[in-house]
Design a protein around this ligand. Structure first.
Ligand SMILES: O=P(O)(O)OC[C@H]1O[C@](O)(CO)[C@@H](O)[C@@H]1O
Length: 449
């Protein structure tokens, strides 16, 4: 099996000589602190050796529950937000058919997502769509109290029970939540749902290789064993004993910190050339944004889909403020083959492409863009993925997780907390007159007068 590769040469050229290497001691110290559990947030390190500690028996148990849902449901709604949905969605979309919901795939249930917004139209339209469907629900919330998810789950549970009857609904609703606390746990215990526990020491954004990601991914019909194998191989390849030059996570953490502190590159744009990777970037944005954006520090993680966004954001990237760098996920081999046909009339002038694979054009767009953006002053990091399958996606996931753990420690923040996300919740509860928020309600309403 191949390994994901990292090419930082087109980023290092923007830095002073030896700048990446100069980060070696800091990166090593960060990795040792993670390993020895001496870093800030050390009660959230359960993800670090998760891939190598998942047993085949556990994966069988997850698969068995997935098989039950697959048998009994034509649609499975995954309710969750942030780390409780982005990983599953990212992997399912990366591996699946781009038109999954249109192709009438009889072999696999349709997976849809809810509980990640409070859009009334979204929830109404979802419930309309589900009206004549045999659907099940995976309710995912580590805290068990997240409003978006709880709101969607209340609606989905009611609809599922109305359509299938309470006793059948019980068999197609699964909860993934805390072992003891939260409303999701209380409902699961009361109703007798099958449950999986999100370990206390794994934060939401690092939880994709727990049942949070594994169950929906298995429900969608993908191979969770290969996914975990890929992650476990990357765990080995990025272990603290791997020399700095060969450790791609250490290199990634070093180069992005060097770009940030030495060159003032405050925005990292994750770029893909395969639309099905859009949600990998969404997952990555939460991982790095929630981990590093604190104490008024941190690179802002942004994302673009190319070549689509070259026709919108391309101008800004080429000639706007030089505060950005790009991290490109480059897929070596597409899964499918499509050749450009020749055309006798050649009205579009594209006969010079006849007989070529579509991917050959995509690759030249990628190379041309890389050169143009580097010429325009945008440092470029390339993450090369041999192909989109479970094994390499598993590698990619762990690579970004460990890269994030190291990078956040090098930056000098606690990468495993997210105190900043409470501010909007507090205001929302105050504005909605949630019991217990009386003083805040009074204060916020004064401000609005
Ligand atoms: O799994 P939970 O507890 O519902 O949280 C979902 C998401 O919400 C956050 O707590 C932010 O509010 C994220 O960190 C987390 O991934």
């Amino acid at each position: 099996m191949k390994r994901i590769q990292l090419d930082i040469t087109k980023a290092a050229q923007f830095l002073s000589e030896g700048a990446v290497k100069a980060y070696e001691p800091k990166v090593k110290a960060a990795q040792e602190a993670l390993e020895n559990g001496t870093c800030p947030g050390n009660d959230f390190l359960g993800w670090l050796h998760l891939p190598s500690s998942i047993t085949p028996q556990f994966l069988d148990e997850v698969q068995a529950v997935a098989n039950t849902l697959r048998e009994k449901c034509e649609v499975i709604v995954v309710a969750g937000i942030g780390g409780s949905y982005l990983g599953a969605r990212a992997i399912i979309e990366a591996l699946g058919n781009s038109f999954a919901w249109l192709v009438g795939d009889k072999a696999n249930p349709t997976i849809v997502f809810a509980g990640n917004n409070i859009g009334e139209d979204y929830l109404f339209e979802l419930s309309e769509y589900l009206k004549d469907k045999r659907f099940g629900v995976i309710n995912i919330s580590k805290s068990g109290t997240t409003t978006e998810t709880a709101l969607a789950f209340r609606l989905l549970k009611k609809q599922c029970e109305e359509q299938r009857g309470k006793s059948e609904a019980k068999d197609v609703i699964v909860a993934i939540t805390d072992a003891n606390r939260g409303a999701a746990r209380a409902a699961a215990d009361k109703e007798g749902y099958k449950t999986f526990v999100i370990p206390d020491n794994v934060g939401g954004r690092f939880s994709v290789l727990t049942p949070v990601g594994l169950l929906p991914i298995a429900c969608a019909g993908f191979d969770i064993k290969a996914l975990v194998n890929g992650a476990a191989d990357m765990e080995k390849a990025t272990a603290p004993n791997v020399p700095f030059e060969e450790n791609i996570a250490a290199q990634y953490a070093a180069v992005r910190n060097a770009l940030y502190t030495e060159q003032g590159k405050k925005i990292e744009i994750m770029v893909n050339y395969q639309p099905k990777l859009h949600f990998i970037a969404e997952w990555w944005k939460q991982l790095y944004g929630e981990s590093e954006g604190k104490e008024h520090k941190g690179i802002f993680p942004a994302a673009c889909d190319f070549t689509t966004d070259l026709h919108s954001m391309g101008q800004w990237i080429q000639e706007g403020e030089r505060s950005i760098f790009e991290t490109v996920i480059s897929v070596e081999q597409p899964a499918k083959k499509l050749l450009f046909p020749s055309d006798d009339e050649n009205l579009d002038g594209l006969n010079f492409l006849a007989g070529k694979r579509v991917d050959e054009v995509n690759k030249m767009a990628e190379l041309g863009t890389l050169l143009a953006h580097v010429d325009g002053g945008v440092p470029n990091i390339r993450v090369v993925v041999p192909e989109l399958n479970e094994y390499y996606i598993g590698q990619l996931i762990y690579f970004f997780e460990i890269g994030c753990g190291i990078s956040g420690n090098v930056l000098g923040v606690n990468p495993f907390n997210q105190p900043g996300v409470e501010a909007y919740k507090k205001n929302m509860f105050a504005l909605l007159d949630k019991p217990g928020y009386e003083a805040e309600s009074k204060a916020i309403k004064e401000r609005l007068k």
